[in-house]
Design a protein around this ligand. Structure first.
Ligand SMILES: [Zn+2]
Length: 332
């Protein structure tokens, strides 16, 4: 049997293309001149949870600098973890995926992406949620409920359009009560360091929810938010950070929001704290509890910052965990 090597393949390919360049193939060579599309296709993907239909809709990817992305790991360790996952290791490329759930009774959105201003700023790299909803055939005007996990901008800024109007004008906006209590407290805001990202979040939250008027309803942890979708307190990333358990038939999916960000870093190393974790130790405890529970109960995980379409099984792996992506289905 011939030994398979890259060098051998390339030598063979060169010999074949030398033959193909002969006079008889002039016609077929002319057909190779199509221009590259140079543009990504809209990103959305559908799957069923029992009788519910879920559409995962990408908001895009944001590039973060490596420095201090992980608060309690050395830069070399972070580079090694990215390399081990075959990722570019000079930056963190972080995906964002809100979802839409059609429960048969209601059309529900969970988190809303970074919003139209980011779309402009990143030349379409992030903030794609609204345009990808159109591509998926989903009309923002007919959404009944928007459930928010926490008040970081990449989850709430898509609540508004580019001209600061409600992007889901006929929807009730459901927010975690603990998150509302923390961020709407002027005393808490006054203690945030001037010019810090945390201070920005206090101001941004007032800007976004101020434009939504009385459409906002607070929900408590561990309660049904809409029929079939329950809140799960997963505090730590922010004071009221909340995940959601979708249940229909015998299938359960944990929509975990930011329990972990990029799996190659934080699922593999649950002890690592992203700089955005407001209470690192609590976020870590939440991470471990959430995944131990998901493993015991065989829950699928839908992760906001996991690789699109961001649906996976979780399993224990050494001192950490790993995600096993759910199978892609060509039909519903
Ligand atoms: Zn996030």
């Amino acid at each position: 049997m011939t030994e398979l090597t890259r060098r051998g393949i390339l030598a063979n390919a060169a010999a074949l293309s030398a033959i193909a360049l002969g006079p008889l193939t002039v016609h077929s060579a002319a057909h190779a001149a199509a221009l590259p599309a140079n543009k990504q296709a809209p990103g959305y993907y559908r799957y069923n949870i029992g009788s519910f239909e879920v559409t995962a809709v990408t908001d895009g990817v944001r590039i973060w600098p490596l420095d201090n992305f992980v608060r309690n790991a050395a830069k070399d360790e972070v580079i090694a973890a990215l390399s081990a996952a075959y990722l570019e290791n000079d930056k963190v490329a972080l995906p964002y995926t809100p979802i839409v759930i059609n429960t048969g009774r209601q059309l529900v959105v969970v988190d809303t992406g970074a919003g139209p201003a980011f779309y402009e700023q990143t030349k379409g790299g992030l903030g794609q949620f609204h345009t990808n909803l159109v591509a998926a055939g989903i009309d923002r005007n007919v959404v009944d409920s928007v459930i928010i996990s926490h008040f970081h901008l990449d989850h709430i800024n898509g609540l508004l359009t580019a001209d600061n109007k409600p992007a889901f004008p006929n929807a009730e906006i459901a927010v975690p009560a603990a998150e509302w209590k923390f961020w709407s407290d002027d005393g808490n805001m006054s203690r945030a360091p001037a010019g810090s990202p945390v201070e920005f979040n206090f101001k941004n939250m007032r800007r976004v929810f101020g434009a939504l008027g009385n459409k906002v309803r607070q929900y408590e942890p561990n309660k049904e938010v809409v029929p079939g979708i329950s809140s799960v307190a997963t505090y730590g990333h922010t004071p009221g950070h909340t995940s959601h358990l979708i249940t229909s038939g015998s299938v359960n999916v944990m929509v975990q929001a930011d329990v972990t960000l990029l799996p190659a870093l934080f699922v593999r190393n649950p002890g690592w704290h992203v700089f955005l974790d407001m209470d690192g130790p609590m976020a870590e405890q939440t991470r471990r509890k959430t995944y131990d529970m998901a493993i015991a109960e065989k829950l699928l995980i839908q992760g906001y910052h996991h690789p699109f379409p961001a649906l996976a099984h979780v399993e224990k792996d050494g001192a950490g965990y790993q995600m096993v992506p759910a199978m892609w289905h060509p039909t519903m």
